[in-house]
Write a protein that binds this ligand. Sequence first.
Ligand SMILES: [Zn+2]
Length: 255
Amino acid sequence: MTLKIHQFPARSDNYGVLIHDTETGMTASIDAPEVSAIKQALDAKGWRLTHILNTHHHQDHTEGNAALKEETGCEIIGPLGEAAKIPALDHQVGEGDMFRLGNFDVQVLETPGHTLGHISYFIPEAKVAFVGDTMFAMGCGRVFEGSHEMMWNSLAKLRALPADTSVYVGHEYTQANAEFALTIEPDNAALKARAAEVDALRGQDKPTLPTTIAKELATNPFVRACEPEVKAALGMPDAADWQVFGEIRTRKDNA
Ligand SMILES: [Zn+2]
């Protein structure tokens, strides 16, 4: 049983991702950032689109829904909490829901904060998660609709996934995130090493993603807001995890 995954650039800094079950032919697009980029990727792979999985309502994640559905007849699955804002949605899913995609079970995690209904998808058998704009490599999405506490709880949920889970995210913001992360933890050796790696990849115009939960646990200051060394670095040893997260998020917003 094999789930093939194809990541490709879309729009200016989004990533498109196609997943394909070789046994059943199921092919899903994670979000729908740019119709032409997605169609090109499908053609290149020789895959026929059967599903779209939306993570949240933002236009750069849903703009291809209607056109791709019209052209392919694909089914569109997306967040319960944002159904009214997502075009052409067929199935609404929320926390704890599980559905079958090809031969794989997909678990739904609600990860609100960036938007109020944002969801992430986890496929345990393939050890892969699609987290949209909740978490980025060494970063996280802006907290547009929720609160800092809500976003922290969402990151804490992702923290709890198996460490070897591959994580696909919505945007290539890694290099700027690494630079910011170093202002929070200048002495974090794993972070320094990863920042150098990322500079080398971007220097060759290569993607820095997917990431893994293990890498984020070691280098992502937002995900590490609960760690004593991060609290100490910010002079907030006794603050709640979400407050430390909020301080880091505020600094990044103002950077
Ligand atoms: Zn977004």
